[in-house]
Design a protein around this ligand. Sequence first.
Ligand SMILES: Nc1ncnc2c1ncn2[C@@H]1O[C@H](COP(=O)(O)OP(=O)(O)O)[C@@H](O)[C@H]1O
Ligand SMILES: [Mg+2]
Length: 242
Amino acid sequence: MLLRVENLHAFYGKSYIIHGISFGVEKGEVVGILGRNGVGKTTLLRSILGLFPPRKEGLVLFDNINISKMPTNKIVEMGIGYIPQGRRIFPKLTVMENLSTPIIKGKVDKSSLQMVFDYFPVLKDKLKQLGGTLSGGQQQMLAIGRAIISNPKLIIIDEPTEGLQPSMVNMVRKSIKNLSGKSITIIIADQNLENALELCKRIYVLEKGKIKYEEKQENLSIELLYKFLGVAKSRHYDFARH
Ligand SMILES: Nc1ncnc2c1ncn2[C@@H]1O[C@H](COP(=O)(O)OP(=O)(O)O)[C@@H](O)[C@H]1O
Ligand SMILES: [Mg+2]
């Protein structure tokens, strides 16, 4: 297991959000944390990464090392790239400056930069443009580029296609698929069933801060997923395509 989370509990002040979650991700796997808005997906990811809110209890092992007590910058240095919900690129910095921000010592090396351009050719033409002038989809590519430039072992991405135009949704999905093809381990938190079904090899469904369902892609019960996610009939996924 590359990442193992055991019995994680987290609170915002007195509100109890994560109720004892345990899960794991194997090397090379793409795992989905699925659930409706407000079930605790973002809180779970943040608390794994040592961000607010702090864990009240629980163990997080990364590459067999206990990272439960480590500060976030150390966790990131160990090889976890985090792409938060809402993307959070720096709008007033150029694309190049955005890509350079995770590099703590020295400059971005050429081969890592080339790797980002191989994944996202569109960024190469916009290096001097301010991040805030990019479209939502391009900003997401920049956010992913920034996370992969330091060659992380694991990427954690929170609602990658939220608020994007449909054409951009497909592009971002494709780029995540490309990453997973390169055997990068990925955790995706999402309420978008299509993302999960197209990208994830295994899915955990969260409800009220607990894992209610866990299944491999090939054995998933679509009825159960609809129920957990409250997917309206009109938005039913076109399974005939798969
Ligand atoms: N900063 C915060 N302070 C207090 N409560 C919060 C905060 N952020 C989120 N919450 C609450 O925690 C619960 C889980 O939120 P969140 O982890 O963002 O869910 P999800 O990512 O699944 O939509 C929600 O009830 C939300 O209102
Ligand atoms: Mg969230």
